[in-house]
Design a protein around this ligand. Structure first.
Ligand code: ADP
Ligand code: MG
Length: 618
C-alpha cells in the first residue's frame, strides 16, 4: 500500500516515511535510521554533534521539562526534581522495587502495594510511562529536526529479560509520545542485526551478547536459525555498570584531595565536579595510560593500572553472570560462535580483555558499542518497512488482544505485532468476598478503555467455590494458532473449573479499519492515559476507604475519639476529591489517609499480637 504524507515543515510531499530505530536506555537514548541513499544504518546526530541523549529529565519550578545533557547538569544541584533511570521503574509495582528505592534521589510514592509505581515531583505524580514518553518525545523532535520530516513510526528496543508488563509499558510510552511502535525488539537481537548476524536466512549461529551500560549489566546467549532469534538464557546485575566505575574513581580522588565526608555532604557542587571528573578520567583511560587534572586547584591523577585494580571486583562479577548464563543455556564456551560487546562501558580495555579471556576468543567490538543497539533497531525498522525484500516477515497480530479489568480498562495479553502463532497467560482474581463467577470479556484494539475497542467475545467462568476476595487464582490464557484463531481459556486453579471459547480476531476487519483504529489510539493516547490514571487512582482510593472503614468498625474500642474524627475527615476529603475527579489530589489524599490510619493500625496490631500470645500461655 503506497502512502503519501505531507511534510508540514517544508510543505513538500513525502513519498515514503522513515521508520526509526530507538534505543531507550537507562543512561542514554538515541535514534538511528537507514540512510535512504547509502542504505547504511546511522545514528542521528544533534546540533552539538553527539548521538547520545542522556535519559534524564529535569522539572523546573513551573514544571517545564528539559531532557538530555541540560537535565544532567541538575543531578546533584537539584536532585528532587531531576529524574534518571526511569527505565528501571517501567512496569514495576511498589513491591517490586521495595529493596532498591534508596538508590534513587527523587521521591517514589511509598505505599506498599501491588500498584504500579508513581514518581512525585512537587505536587504532581508521574508514571514511569509518562516520564519515558517525555524522553521519546524529545527523541522524536530531535529526529524530525534533523531529518526535516515527520517521524511517527518506530521500533524500540528493550532488554531481553523485560517481562510482558515492562514491554507493554514501553509500548504505552511510545504511544503517548505520538509514536506508533511497530515492534518492541530485544536489545541483544538488535545488536546482532547491527553486526549483520541473522540477516540471511540459511544461517545458524550461537552468540553471546555482553552489554555493560551505565547502571546495568546483562549477558544473553542467543541462537539464530533462519532469521529467528531464540534467547536461550539471560543473566546480569541490574545494579552494576559504568556509574560504579565512576564511583570508585571518585573515591580515589576524594582520598587524594583529603576531603572529609562532612565537607562533601555540605557541598553538592563538589560532589558533582568529582563525579564529572571521574567519568572524564574513566573515558580517557580507555585510550591513555594516565589521567591528570585539578579539582579545587588541587591536582588529582590516576593510572590505568590503578583504575584496573579498582574495578577488578566489579568486572569479575560480570564474569560470574556469564558463567551462569552459559550454564543455563546448556552450552560450553566453544559452542559460542561470536561474542558481541555492547554498551558504553565495554570501551574500557580491561573489560574487553577479561571477557575475551573468559570466552577464549577475540570479542567483536567493531561497531560503536553505545550506538549498536539503536543501529540494529533501525535495521529491523527497515525490514518492517518492506525495504529488505529477501527477509521473511513472520505473521503478526494487527491489533492488541486483551480482556476487560476493573473500571472498564483494557488489559492487553497479546500486544499488536506479536508473532503468530503465539500465546500468553495472566493471573487474575475475584474482587468481592464469596464471588463465584468471573466475567471474561475479550477485546481487540489499542485504546485504554474497552468501550473504545472492539468486543470479540464474552463468557462467564462460573462454579468458583466461594472464597474471600483475591483468594481464587484464575489463569486466563490466550492462544493464537497458525490460522489466526484465538482461543481463550479461563481456569480457576484451586478448584480446577475451566471454560473455553474460540474467536477469529481478524474477522470482518479491513486494512483501513485496522489503520483507523490505530490512528484513533494515537490521537486519543493522552486522554486515554489520563483516564486510565484517574480510574486507577479512584479504585485505589475506594479500596483504601473500604479498608479503613472496616478497620474502624472492627476495632473501635482501641481507637481514640480524636483518631476516629481525623480518619472520618480524611475519608470525607478523599471522597470529595473523588467526585471532583482530580487525579493528583486523589492520590495525595489517599496517601494522607494512609498516614492518618497507620499509627493506630499498628497499635491495634500490637494489641492483637499481645492478646494472641497471652492466649497461648494460658
Ligand atoms: P545504557 O545502556 O545504560 O543507557 P550506555 O550503553 O549508553 O548505557 O553506556 C553508558 C556508560 O558508558 C556510562 O557509564 C559511560 O560513562 C560509559 N562510557 C562511555 N564512553 C566510555 C569510554 N570511552 N570508556 C569507558 N566507559 C565509557
Ligand atoms: Mg543500553
Amino acid at each position: 500500500m503506497a502512502k503519501i504524507s505531507i511534510n508540514i515543515a517544508t510543505g513538500t510531499i513525502q513519498k515514503e516515511e522513515l521508520i526509526v530505530g530507538i534505543d531507550l536506555g537507562t543512561t542514554n537514548s538515541l535514534v538511528a535510521i537507514i540512510h535512504p541513499e547509502t542504505k547504511q544504518a546511522i545514528a542521528l546526530k544533534d546540533i552539538d554533534n553527539t548521538t547520545l541523549v542522556p535519559s534524564i529529565l529535569h522539572f523546573s519550578e513551573n514544571r517545564h521539562v528539559t531532557v538530555g545533557s541540560e537535565a544532567k547538569s541538575f543531578l546533584e544541584t537539584d536532585p528532587a526534581n531531576t529524574i534518571y533511570s526511569v527505565k528501571r521503574l517501567m512496569g514495576k509495582s511498589h513491591n517490586d522495587i521495595r529493596n532498591n528505592q534508596h538508590s534513587l534521589s527523587y521521591k517514589i510514592l511509598d505505599d506498599d502495594t501491588e500498584r504500579l509505581v508513581k514518581i512525585q515531583v512537587g505536587d504532581t505524580f508521574y508514571s514511569p510511562i509518562e516520564l519515558s514518553s517525555c524522553i521519546l518525545k524529545e527523541l522524536k523532535n530531535r529526529a524530525e529536526h534533523v531529518l526535516k520530516m515527520s517521524v511517527s513510526k518506530c521500533v524500540i528496543t528493550v532488554p531481553a529479560y523485560f517481562n510482558d508488563a515492562q514491554r507493554q509499558a514501553t509500548r504505552d510510552a511510545g504511544k503517548l509520545a505520538g509514536l506508533e511502535v511497530l515492534r518492541i525488539i530485544n536489545e541483544p537481537t538488535a545488536a546482532s542485526l547491527a553486526y549483520g548476524i541473522g540477516l540471511s536466512s540459511a544461517e545458524t549461529k550461537t552468540i553471546a551478547v555482553y552489554d555493560l551500560g551505565g547502571g546495568t549489566f546483562d549477558v544473553s546467549i542467543l541462537k539464530i536459525t533462519d532469521g529467528i532469534f531464540d534467547v536461550l538464557s539471560t543473566n546480569g546485575d541490574t545494579y552494576l555498570g559504568g556509574d560504579d566505575f565512576d564511583k570508585v574513581i571518585g573515591h580515589h580522588f576524594v582520598t587524594q584531595l583529603g576531603l572529609t565526608s562532612d565537607e562533601l555532604g555540605n557541598d553538592k557542587r563538589i560532589v558533582q565536579t568529582i563525579r564529572l571528573k571521574a567519568e572524564e578520567a574513566k573515558k580517557q583511560l580507555s585510550q591513555d595510560d594516565t589521567y591528570e587534572s585539578t579539582i579545587l586547584q588541587a591536582s588529582v591523577s590516576i593510572t590505568r593500572q590503578e583504575f584496573t585494580d579498582l574495578i577488578k571486583p566489579l568486572v569479575d562479577k560480570t564474569i560470574s553472570c556469564c558463567e551462569m548464563a552459559l550454564k543455563d543455556s546448556q552450552l560450553t564456551k566453544d559452542q559460542i560462535d561470536v561474542v558481541l560487546m555492547v554498551g558504553g562501558s565495554t570501551r574500557t580495555p580491561y573489560v574487553k580483555q577479561i571477557v575475551s579471556e573468559f570466552f577464549g576468543k577475540p570479542v567483536n567490538d567493531s561497531v560503536n558499542p553505545d550506538e549498536v543497539v539503536a543501529l540494529g533497531a533501525a535495521i529491523q525498522a527497515d525490514i518492517l518497512a518492506g525495504n529488505n525484500k529477501d527477509l521473511l516477515l513472520l505473521d503478526i497480530t494487527p491489533l492488541s488482544l486483551g480482556i476487560e479489568t476493573m473500571g472498564g480498562l483494557m488489559d492487553v495479553l497479546i500486544p499488536r505485532n506479536s508473532k503468530i502463532p503465539g500465546k500468553a497467560v495472566r493471573q487474575y482474581s475475584t474482587q468481592k468476598d464469596g464471588q463465584t463467577g468471573i466475567k471474561v470479556a475479550v477485546y481487540q484494539g489499542e485504546r485504554d478503555l474497552v468501550s473504545d475497542n472492539r468486543k470479540l467475545a464474552e463468557f462467564i467462568l462460573s462454579g468458583i467455590p466461594a472464597m474471600p476476595a483475591g483468594l481464587p487464582k484464575v489463569d486466563i490464557q490466550f492462544v493464537i494458532n497458525a490460522d489466526g484463531i484465538l482461543q481463550v481459556k479461563a481456569t480457576e486453579l484451586r478448584s480446577g473449573v475451566v471454560q473455553t471459547i474460540e474467536v477469529k480476531p481478524q474477522y470482518g476487519l479491513s486494512d483501513t479499519e485496522v489503520e483507523s483504529m490505530l490512528m484513533d489510539s494515537i490521537t486519543h493516547a493522552k486522554s486515554d492515559i489520563q483516564i486510565r490514571a484517574l480510574i486507577e487512582a479512584t479504585t485505589e482510593a475506594e479500596q483504601m476507604i473500604q479498608l479503613t472503614e472496616n478497620f474502624l468498625h472492627k476495632h473501635q474500642q482501641y481507637i481514640t475519639e480524636a483518631e476516629k474524627q481525623a480518619t472520618r475527615t480524611g475519608i470525607q476529603l478523599l471522597q470529595e476529591a473523588m467526585e471532583s475527579a482530580d487525579k493528583n489530589r486523589i492520590m495525595s489524599l489517599t496517601e494522607e489517609l494512609n498516614k492518618i490510619s497507620s499509627p493506630f493500625a499498628e497499635r491495634v496490631m500490637d494489641i492483637a499480637v499481645a492478646e494472641a500470645l497471652k492466649g497461648k500461655t494460658v
